[in-house]
Design a protein around this ligand. Structure first.
Ligand code: ZN
Length: 355
């Protein structure tokens, strides 16, 4: 029987943020007791291999590590399972996810399935999966995330992340803004449904949103210090999920809306862009006047705030609003059990200026 009095938390052991640190990865690994006796697997993408994967591979090889590289084009469950099998054949113990969301998610899943150690090496700051124990794998029966393992370490090279397309860092801010409504939804579910609520995890997630709000001008300027702030906030949000033991502090109605868009208009916009658009509307549903401020900040940063800017037809956005509550029925949010009526959804997009 599940003992509800025991709450187990696994946190990342080390977080290293700096400039030009990719070729120091062998040092960091050996300091974490991962000497070159351990077999390493780099899970990366075709582009991110050229940007960062190759440097990591070469520096590990130069230090006597036995390294295999997987270049994945997608983060589908089939691809993930194939990597699980191949890494098992090669007896990989250290799984380095070098890339954006896809590579990190695949590495987390492979490490989890093979009982190995996952090292997160992000090349972009576009979402909070960098440090969370969850992976978004496509082609499963649900569009939400799969529980995996907490990254053992996070090694974030600001030089590399600064060179990623600016749209990605903006999306990272968007994912963080979503914590404003995610935490409200968590509190609501606690009050209405008696769901477990952890104040510390909730406050940590909120802090990550407040952090980027406070420094949004610096972030918008493209200054490396601004990028560092986004990276740190994304890690905090991931740690909040580790503490909560679920994605609750980081994912509420705004994420359900984004997942609904993934089903209706896959690949049209970035996760964080969709989440931010959802945040404006969910704050409005809460009657929180802060939605106007958030919209202003999004505009300043360059995040899309209308259907036209995000490149998704308004009818699709309205449809997503009406089906979002069905995406994850046991995650209670402001959308309630029955969701929004079409009429209410149309009013919502008009009132918040999405149309
Ligand atoms: Zn997210």
């Amino acid at each position: 029987m599940l003992d509800r009095s025991i709450h187990e938390i696994t946190l990342p052991l080390k977080v290293i943020i700096g400039s030009g640190i990719l070729d120091k990865i062998p040092d960091y690994l050996s300091k974490m007791k991962f000497t070159n006796q351990y077999r390493a697997g780099i899970i990366t993408g075709p582009t991110t291999y050229n940007v960062a994967g190759r440097i990591v591979e070469e520096s590990l090889k130069n230090n006597g590590y036995n390294v295999e590289v997987w270049k994945a084009r997608d983060a589908r469950m089939e691809t993930a399972n194939q990597i699980v099998e191949e890494t098992k054949t090669h007896s990989i113990k250290i799984f380095l996810g070098v890339g954006g969301g896809k590579s990190i998610d695949l590495a987390k899943y492979a490490a989890y399935k093979n009982n190995g150690y996952m090292i997160s090496v992000p090349t972009a700051a576009s979402h909070d999966g960098i440090a969370s124990p969850f992976a978004s794998l496509k082609g499963t029966d649900k569009p939400t995330s799969t529980p995996t393992t907490t990254p053992y370490a996070i090694i974030a090279d600001i030089d590399v992340i600064s060179k990623a397309p600016p749209q990605l860092i903006r999306a990272g801010v968007g994912d963080l803004l979503g914590k404003l409504t995610a935490v409200k939804d968590w509190q609501l579910a606690h009050r209405l449904k008696g769901e477990y609520y952890g104040e510390y995890a909730a406050q940590l997630a909120l802090l990550s949103a407040k952090h980027v709000i406070r420094y949004h001008e610096l972030i918008a300027s493209g200054n490396p210090d601004g990028i560092r702030i986004v990276v740190e906030a994304l890690i905090s949000s991931g740690v909040a999920m580790c503490i909560a033991g679920s994605s609750r502090p980081a994912s509420g109605s705004e994420h359900l809306f984004s997942h609904a868009l993934d089903l209706l208009a896959p690949g049209k916009a970035l996760h964080g862009e969709q989440v931010a658009l959802g945040t404006i509307m969910m704050l409005y549903l809460y009657g929180d006047p802060k939605w106007k401020k958030i919209k202003r900040i999004m505009k300043k940063i360059g995040l899309p705030t209308t259907a036209e800017e995000i490149g998704i037809p308004i009818e699709t956005i309205v449809k997503a609003l009406t089906i979002a509550h069905k995406i994850r029925p046991n995650r209670y949010t402001i959308l309630g059990e029955k969701g929004l009526t079409e009429e209410a959804a149309w009013r919502l997009v008009r009132e918040t200026g999405i149309i």
